[in-house]
Design a binder for this molecule. Structure first.
Ligand SMILES: NC(=O)c1ccc[n+]([C@@H]2O[C@H](COP(=O)([O-])OP(=O)(O)OC[C@H]3O[C@@H](n4cnc5c(N)ncnc54)[C@H](O)[C@@H]3O)[C@@H](O)[C@H]2O)c1
Ligand SMILES: [Zn+2]
Length: 353
């Protein structure tokens, strides 16, 4: 798959065996930056040929997405003699992607980087689109650049070691993209769900490729996120706020699932989405994608509203929301009221057994 970008076109390649590591190791002037957990899991198998003194092994947490970690990474790379001709080879999930993409875009005004996503969320969603993001104070993803890697390699086998929670976080984004792909794609992912729950590799490969294809349609049309690409924020207006008030204990994709449930309840109340379609999507897909417990969702609705008010994409006085309609079209409204939020939360709480 090729992605068009005004910065540079780039490719996504699916691989079935770990032989891709050989060609990465042959890259001239490279430094690996590897998620610490992934390194521990694969250092004596897939990564056995990586020379550890030419690698940065990075422990991962959401706290890492800040300018201080970026400085530390610059220091580490300078110690490893990184020059302008360096290629950074990044193996990890969305967090490492966000930091390393930012570093790659700023070090020497931009160095080459290759991304090998190791989480479902990163393989099926974040790896394309070129966004790099850092959190700033309490604001999530406030700082960032557009800087796609020159190549992306997808090895679905990495997903077999992912925790259930991180796996289901990725499934949330896969489901979101399929809903955004329309009614047929939604039905397709519903029918694949039993296999996906079992991490069946051929179904995963199909679901990842399909998700990327749907996302590609949005990002190529509006690379810098000034219009249509904004619709990809479906589930994220509530989702980002849920993630924040849970102190990132609820992972991104799981927060997005709850965000889609709430957004659909608002759409249904406004009469743009029928009871039938809302029920079908909730019961057959969103509820099935939720791994977090009801207890984890016992937040105070006022805290959620406060967090939504901090959303960087909000422009008007009221809250913004991406909503779906009856024909699986997506629209952005800027007049979501606090009462509507309260109502959607209480409907959700009553609906979840
Ligand atoms: N840049 C973008 O376009 C974009 C889009 C969506 C999300 N994001 C960001 O991505 C982040 C979430 O990314 P994520 O869900 O990939 O999580 P992540 O990077 O936090 O990884 C989740 C956990 O899985 C571990 N892990 C990674 N690969 C593994 C593997 N193969 N086996 C076992 N464990 C593994 C990591 O060490 C970590 O503990 C958020 O910060 C979000 O804001 C960015
Ligand atoms: Zn997301």
């Amino acid at each position: 798959m090729n992605i068009k970008s005004s910065i540079r076109d780039y490719s996504v390649e699916f691989v079935e065996t770990s032989e891709f590591m050989d060609s990465l190791i042959r890259q001239p002037q490279h430094i690996f930056i590897i998620d610490g957990t992934v390194w521990d899991l694969y250092k004596s198998s897939t990564f056995e040929k990586i020379r550890v003194n030419q690698a940065v092994i990075q422990p991962i947490s959401e706290d890492l997405k800040n300018l201080e970690s970026v400085s530390k990474l610059y220091d580490h790379l300078i110690t490893l003699q990184a020059k302008r001709n360096i290629t950074l080879i990044v193996l990890g999930g969305g967090i490492l992607q966000d930091i390393c993409g930012y570093v790659a875009s700023t070090l020497y005004r931009g160095v080459k980087w290759i991304f090998v996503p190791t989480t479902l969320l990163a393989q099926a969603d974040s790896c394309i689109g070129g966004k790099t993001s850092l959190n700033y104070r309490n604001y999530k993803n406030l700082i960032g650049t557009f800087f796609p890697p020159s190549g992306i390699i997808i090895y679905p086998e990495f997903l077999l070691t992912l925790s259930e929670l991180d796996y289901y976080s990725g499934l949330g984004e896969v489901v979101k993209l399929h809903i955004m792909g329309g009614k047929d794609k939604t039905e397709e992912i519903r029918s694949q769900f039993p296999l996906l729950k079992k991490k069946d590799i051929p179904s995963l490969k199909r679901a990842i490729a399909e998700s990327l294809l749907i996302k590609k349609g949005y990002i190529e049309e509006d690379e810098f996120d000034s219009g249509r690409r904004n619709m990809l924020n479906y589930g994220h207006c509530f989702g980002h706020a849920i993630e924040t008030i849970s102190n990132f204990e609820i992972p991104h994709g799981q927060a997005v699932v709850v965000g889609m449930i709430l957004a659909n309840l608002v759409s249904r109340s406004r009469g743009v989405l029928s009871h039938e379609i809302n029920d079908y999507i909730y019961k057959e897909l969103l509820k099935q994608s939720l791994l977090i417990s009801k207890k984890q969702l016992e937040f105070n609705p006022d805290d959620l509203i406060q967090a939504m008010k901090k959303d960087k994409k909000r422009t008007g006085a009221d809250l913004a929301l991406i909503m779906m309609d009856q024909k699986f079209n997506f629209i952005r409204v800027n007049d979501l009221t606090e009462q509507e939020v309260q109502k959607a939360i209480s409907e959700f709480r009553n609906a979840t057994p």
